[in-house]
Design a protein around this ligand. Sequence first.
Ligand code: PLP
Length: 376
Amino acid sequence: MTAGRTYLDWNATAPLSAPARAAMIAALALTGNASSVHAEGRRARALIEDARDAVAALVGAAPADVVFTSGATEANATVLAGAWDTIFLTAVEHDSVLAAAKTQTGQIVDLPIGADGCIEIDAVARIISQVPAPLGRAVLSLQLANNETGIVQPVADVAAVARVHGVLMHSDAVQAPGRMALDVGRLGVDFLSISAHKFGGPKGIGALVRQAGAPLPALLVGGGQERSRRAGTENIAAIAGFGAAAVQALRDLTAIDQQRARRDTLERRVLQLTPSAVILGGGSMRLANTTCIAVPGKAAEILLIKLDLAGIAVSSGSACSSGKVGTSHVLRAMGVAPDLARGAIRISLGPTTTDADIAAFLAAWTEIMSAVAHAA
Ligand code: PLP
């Protein structure tokens, strides 16, 4: 981490972990194309299959069900492009899900989100059975944990309802690895998307976990890579880094309570220092590493800049990829008042976050808030 900086934006991207870096450097020395039958090719193939085993173990899947992609955006796009007649979605999904669904010709049916940020589970069966047009080939996409608020959705319960109605189930689980237990079998999903860079792996590599038998055409066709489920010569170094990060993420999970304790301390102190602050989604089941805080009357972009100048990296609720600071569609879907939503900042911790990082954030917060109070 850069000296003098405190990185609290792990939901945007996690620092590359030491094991992932080492695995990537070792893989860069390999020459072979994994499709070649010679010794060089076989070495590259072995490295890919070792990484596949590690990723499969991370999500409780069979290795044959793991398809490497360029990241979760591609994994989500692959699922949504599956020639569906009906796609069920919530308004809190990541843009890569919402935008991919909009490019499709099938009908899109919204599932309601409550003020607690969770899907209204009681409405799901009714809505599925009342869709006016025939369902045809149908999929329901529900994220496992939200990138802005950390709110965890009852994916297993919704998957059970979907199954009864013959609707296949996809979950964007990008924010889950290393932060909560993840098991495709227990979740009961047909498709699951993850991305290495959210848990210590490199950017530009992810996976679509596709349960055996779940029908889905390939998005990228051409070569027979990934059992013809995703064409293109494999990025061996990225896959090796992904595998090493997956092993590390399972270990990190055992220390998740430390992240929760630090996050809770941060929230407690912020509320003491700034009694008008609101923890958005604070009453819901959340990831242990995430908090989304808004102070009435304070604009997120100003807070972000002041925190950045003080050496602290956090992000606004909505800025995941574009660097934009706009009103969050997630908070809007939860019915958060626009004035409050405009002030939402997301602070996200990781396995190497220390008490000193939390103290640095709180020192900067205290200074920024007291300067504001003096100016008022
Ligand atoms: N889904 C969620 C919930 C995310 O937070 C992100 C983050 O960028 C993505 C999908 C996209 O993942 P990737 O960066 O691998 O394309």
